[in-house]
Structure formats: C-alpha cells, structure tokens
Design a protein around this ligand. Structure first.
Ligand code: FAD
Length: 458
C-alpha cells in the first residue's frame, strides 16, 4: 500500500507514540492515537511508578529533530556523574564523560509525556482518543477492538503503529495469530520507588547534579533529582526478597542497615514502602516487528531493562529512524522491513548492554579495578580521542554511533582495559606506550561527531 494520503493509527500515546505523532504530522499524515489512560494534561501524575527518567543525547537529538526540545530544556536537571554512597556514608563521584557537555538529564516522565501530547494535539493537529484501550487487533482484517467510554467498539485502520509499551496488546494479538514470535525475559530483580523530600527551604538534600547510587552487591538503591527539590529513589531488589520484606520492622531494619544515610532522609519510607507497587522488569524480544500494515515500535517491540537509562532514548531513536526512512519509502511493507532491519541489531545490543550495566551498577562500581578502568578509559580517550571512546560515552553522548557499533567497539576496548590493568593499581603505573600500540592496532579512528570535534578533550 502506498504511503500517500494514508491515515495512521497509533496505539498508545506514551513517549514514543506522542513523539511519533508529531513527526508524522510534520510530514502531513493524518494521525489518530488511541490511549488507554485519561488525558495527562493538567493532571498530577500517579505517584509510585517511574517518576523521572534519565534523558541522554539520543533522546535530545530526537526531540530537537521534532522541534520540541526548547519547550522541555528548562525542566531538565543535568546529572554529571554517578555519586557512589558506600555503607559508611562516604561518597565518590564518577563523572559520566570527560567533556562538560557530557551529562545526562533527569526529566519528569509525566511532564515529558504531557508536553509531547500537547504539542502533537494543539500545534500539529493530531487526534487522541483517551480512555480507549486496545484490547485486540486483527491485522488481516485491519481492525482494532477498543474498550472505553462505557463500551466496546471496533474501528478499521489502514496503517497501525503499536507504541503501547512493553506489555503491548497489539504485540500479543499478532503473536496469538501466529504472525510474529515474541518472548519476554523477566529480570530476577524488581523495583520500588521511594521519595527523598526537599529540605525546609525546598532544596535538594543530596548533591542535585548527580545520579546517586548505593551499590550493595546483589541489590542497589539509586536516586534521581526532581525540579521540586525532591529525589525519586528506586530500590532494585531480588523478587523474593521484596516478598520477604512483609512487615514494617523488617523493612526498616533493611533500609537503615543497608542505606543508613539515605534512610535518614526518607521520613515516609515505611508508608511509601507499604503503599507503592513493586514494578517488574523484563526484556522484550519480538520478530518480525510487523505484519501487513501493522508495525511494533518502541517498548512494544523491544522493551529493555532500565539500567543504562536508554529505554526511552532508544524509543525516541526509533521514531527518528522511522521518520528518516519515510521520504524514500515506496510502500508501508518495505518501509517496515527496512525499519526493522536497521533497528533490530541496535535494540538487541542495547538490551544486552542494559543488563550488563545492571551488574556494573550494583556490583562493580565499588570495585577498585573497575574504578581504575573507568579512570583509564577517560585518560585513553583524552590521549586518543578519535579512537578510544568509552562505551558509556558512545551510548549516552553519541547519537551518530549506533548501539550495535558501540557494543562492538566496547568489547574491543574492554579487552584493552583488561590487558592494561592486569598488574597496575594506579593510573601512573599503566604502560601508556603499550596502550597506544594496542589502540592503534585494534581501534580504527571514528569520524568526529556531527556537532562537536573530538580533537580536544578536557
Ligand atoms: C523503573 C524504570 C525506569 C526507567 N528509566 C529510564 C530512564 O532513566 N531513561 C530511559 O531512557 N528509559 C527509562 N525507562 C524506560 C522507559 O520508561 C521506556 O523505554 C519508555 O517509556 C517506552 O516508551 P513507549 O512509549 O514505547 O512505551 P510506554 O512508556 O510504556 O507508553 C505506552 C503508552 O501506551 C499506553 N497503552 C498501553 N497499553 C495500551 C492499550 N492496550 N491501549 C491503548 N493504550 C495503551 C500506555 O498508557 C502508555 O501511555 C525506565 C523504565 C522503568 C520501568
């Protein structure tokens, strides 16, 4: 079916669906979104679940491309590095990058989503039907079953893009009809959110411009700043241990013994622990991502665990990739095939790297050799900026390097770091001549990023 004049239905007006709606309206397509929840504009958000998100360069690049970044810029809080809290309360900052602009940003999920919906509707004329839940989809008949507004209805569609998240109803409908294969790999750890309130003057009680981590081996607590002076803390813990923490005394003993400095800043910890839900985490794989004129995009196609802070960034990158393929596309089928071919290796790569990052955050950040390798990678980048780019930097600050390429080069770099840190315990003991030889042999130079030359690193 040709693209021209198509009316596009999008299931889900979350971050991916609403950004995609803006991009598609800018291309002149008619867009209708079906969203299960009520209109988020002008409402306060549901507390207790994923209140803020880390946004990095891929997400910002996508927002810029849609012309909406300036509307959100003021709400971002830069986070310059990980601030590690050990059991004694001592802290150390591990910078995310070597340049001042290499920071990630904390953003309110609710504000981001409500702003994107508002722009899509008011500035670009997308139509959103709120409180309309997709309960089934038949891609052969091109029909959606919707529930809401007191009943069920069936609507036809020409093209459907499913951006209905990791538990996608559309994906389940395609899978149940044998049109795609999908698998969900649950993580053995779940999460719960708690609040660190502002101080009496409305200011943050911890360093504002950092992502705080309390790594404790097989579990961890993290905290991201919010603009109102609060932090949203997230406890990641084995599912069974969550289940075992049934009574308040056990919860308090756990929090105060494992995170004494953080627990002291959370006066409502027990009430929140009792009332906030436990969220489950999983990696979603599906193949292919399309059937007829129905496409999965964002978390519905490839939900990842949140430990690289890239899930939404990756979904936004999907939207940009889709938008970039549109002008040359001849019909929807070939466009969906091209999109999947281009994106799947990259989303598979970030899915794996996100799991690796989980182990890194909860176990290795406190490890001496790991810390030496982090320092060394920044030093190698300073010495060889065209060739050695730390993996975290490629993933978080280089939208021009695909996730799959970042993963591939990251593996080579890790071998180099392992080799160089076999004996040395400090940076001064590292053999930098050997490092230069290894880097020149194993890592071909990379082009400069589109907007900042890498010839100088601070
Ligand atoms: C604890 C946690 C922390 C995270 N932290 C980060 C982070 O720091 N950085 C980052 O980049 N990513 C992060 N993520 C990942 C990020 O939240 C997701 O990747 C992103 O929200 C996916 O966007 P999406 O639009 O594809 O799906 P969703 O955000 O899930 O949106 C789906 C939308 O579809 C609607 N919907 C669902 N089902 C239906 C239906 N049947 N019918 C109609 N509408 C429906 C939903 O109401 C929602 O509006 C985190 C995730 C979690 C769980």
């Amino acid at each position: 079916m040709s693209l021209e004049g198509s009316r596009i239905c999008i299931a889900g007006a979350g971050p991916a669906g609403s950004l995609l709606a803006i991009l598609l309206r800018r291309r002149g397509f008619e867009v209708v979104l079906y969203e299960r929840r009520p209109d988020p504009r002008g409402r306060s958000f549901d507390s207790g679940r994923s209140i803020n998100l880390a946004m990095a360069e891929r997400g910002i690049h996508a927002l810029r491309r849609a012309g909406v970044f300036e509307r959100l810029r003021e709400t971002l809080i830069p986070m310059r590095g990980r601030l590690i809290h050990d059991l004694s309360g001592a802290t150390s900052l591990q910078p995310y990058g070597s340049r001042p602009e290499e920071v990630i940003h904390s953003i309110s999920r609710h504000l981001l989503n409500a702003t994107l919906i508002d722009i899509a509707v008011r500035e670009y004329g997308a139509r959103v039907e709120f409180e309309s839940e997709v309960i089934d989809c038949d891609p052969r008949e091109r029909r959606l079953q919707l529930e809401g507004h007191g009943g069920r209805r069936s609507v036809g569609y020409e093209v459907l893009i499913a951006a209905d998240g990791a538990a996608s109803a559309v994906r389940k409908a395609l899978e149940s009809r044998g049109l795609i294969d999908a698998s969900i790999e649950p993580l053995d750890h779940s999460y719960k959110e708690l609040t660190i309130p502002a101080d009496a003057t409305g200011h943050h009680r911890l360093l504002r411009e950092a992502l705080h981590i309390w790594p404790r081996g097989d579990f961890m607590l993290i905290a991201l700043p919010n603009p109102d002076g609060t932090f949203t803390a997230t406890l990641f813990l084995d599912r069974q241990r969550f289940a075992d923490l049934a009574d308040p005394a056990a919860v308090d003993a756990f929090l105060t013994s494992q995170f004494p400095d953080a627990a002291a800043l959370m006066p409502d910890r027990l009430a929140e622990f009792a009332s906030h839900p436990v969220g489950h985490l999983a990696t979603v794989y599906s193949r292919p991502w399309h059937a007829g004129s129905t496409l999965l995009l964002g978390d519905s196609a490839h939900g990842v665990v949140p430990f690289h802070g890239q899930g939404m960034n990756c979904c936004f990158e999907d939207c940009v990739a889709f938008d970039e393929l549109l002008p040359a596309a001849r019909n929807w089928t070939t466009l969906f095939e091209q999109f999947t071919r281009q994106r799947k290796p990259n989303t598979d790569a970030i899915a794996q790297m996100a799991i690796e990052n989980y182990l890194e955050m909860r176990e290795h950040v406190a490890d001496a050799r790991f810390q030496l390798q982090k320092q060394l990678s920044l030093e190698l980048e300073r010495r060889h900026p065209q060739r050695f780019i730390p993996r975290y930097t490629m993933v978080s600050f280089r939208h021009d390097i695909g996730y799959a390429e970042a993963q591939r080069r990251g593996r080579v770099q890790q071998e180099i770091l392992d080799e160089l840190t076999l004996g040395p315990r400090t940076l001064a003991e590292v053999d930098f001549e050997r490092a230069a030889r290894l880097i020149e042999t194993k890592l071909p130079p990379m082009p400069d990023p589109p907007d900042q030359p890498r010839s100088s690193v601070r």
